[in-house]
Ligand binder design. Structure first.
Ligand SMILES: [Mg+2]
Length: 311
């Protein structure tokens, strides 16, 4: 039985070991980028794996730190890439969970949220009924010395923003001078791989600029924080002991699984390598142990023959 295999083993599994692992779980949580797709290219076999898991009665969830699109756009992307049966309720993005946090935990309805981010964040806040100020208002020609500031900003939320300006950062600094103004980040991702070797700084890099400027530390909503799992658990009653977290990034996906009490599986179709996982396993630093996945596969397509065999 999979649970008997030693924990955080970084164990490459195949064949019946994958079958035993899947059989021991009720729910499978997938990261998206680097796990089931890379940009607009689906990982071979991913559509079949999702369908077969569902046909076998598993709960399937998608847990992504990517805050650039609202969940309805994710549903369109799933459909475009050939996933026939993914519902909006199964998608937990850092933008959606940030909106839930601001509405249900921080309860900021009486004030406004200053947003560094884009449409994904705006639309989820709008859906959740959380009032917000777009960082993108036209302040052309103005500087932080003479631009208007809102009086009732109760939180600053920082997400991926490819239109980030110095003025937006400066405004966020001004709001965060008020110690009662919450400081939230959609996710801590430092950078993202684009096509042809190009990279882009992620939300974590933008957040770090504000942390340095303000001497404050942001509360992270996305992985590896537990909050996204709490959102899933509160809506679906999911038990972490019977859930498997599948991801491609050790510092977010795998640590998230460990933080939430799940077993974890690293797939090698994305950011992290087996060597990095082994490096964490061999490290003497105790705080690196939770970056070590329990299991490793080359691709989630490795699930396929087993799920098909059982059909
Ligand atoms: Mg990923």
């Amino acid at each position: 039985m999979a649970g008997a295999v030693s924990s955080r083993g970084c164990q490459k599994i195949r064949g019946s070991q994958i079958r035993d692992l899947i059989d021991s779980k009720h729910s499978v949580l997938f990261d998206c980028d680097g796990v089931i797709w890379n940009g607009e290219k689906v990982v071979a076999g991913a559509t079949e794996v999702v369908s077969l898991l569902k046909r076998r009665g598993k709960n399937v969830f998608f847990v992504t730190n990517n805050c650039t699109r609202p969940r309805e756009k994710y549903v369109q992307k799933f459909s475009r890439l050939g996933f026939a049966d993914v519902a909006q309720e199964e998608i937990f993005s850092s933008a959606y969970c940030s909106a839930l946090y601001l509405r249900d935990v921080a309860k900021v309805q009486e004030g406004k949220v200053f947003v560094i981010g884009g449409d994904g964040v705006y639309e989820e806040l709008r859906d959740a009924g959380v009032p917000f100020v777009e960082g993108d208002v036209d302040d052309s020609g103005m500087t932080i010395v003479d631009c208007p500031l809102e009086a009732d900003v109760k939180a600053v939320l920082v997400g991926y923003d490819d239109k980030l300006s110095f003025l937006k950062l400066a405004k966020a600094c001004c709001y965060l001078q008020n110690g009662e103004c919450l400081f939230l980040a959609t996710d801590p991702d430092p950078w993202h791989l684009l096509r042809e070797g190009r990279v882009t700084p992620g939300s974590g890099s933008l957040t770090a600029a504000l942390e340095t400027a303000t001497g404050r530390k942001a509360t992270v909503i996305g992985k590896p924080s537990r909050f996204m799992f709490e959102c899933i658990a509160s809506q679906f009653g999911v038990d972490p002991a019977q859930s498997l977290m599948v991801g491609d990034r050790l510092e977010t996906d795998i640590l998230f699984g460990a933080n939430c009490g799940m077993e974890t599986l690293l797939t090698l179709t994305g950011v992290s390598t087996l060597q990095e996982a082994q490096g964490y396993k061999d490290s003497d630093a105790p705080d690196k142990k939770d970056y070590v996945p329990d299991y490793v596969v080359d691709s989630i397509a490795d699930f396929l023959p087993l799920l098909e065999d059982d059909d």
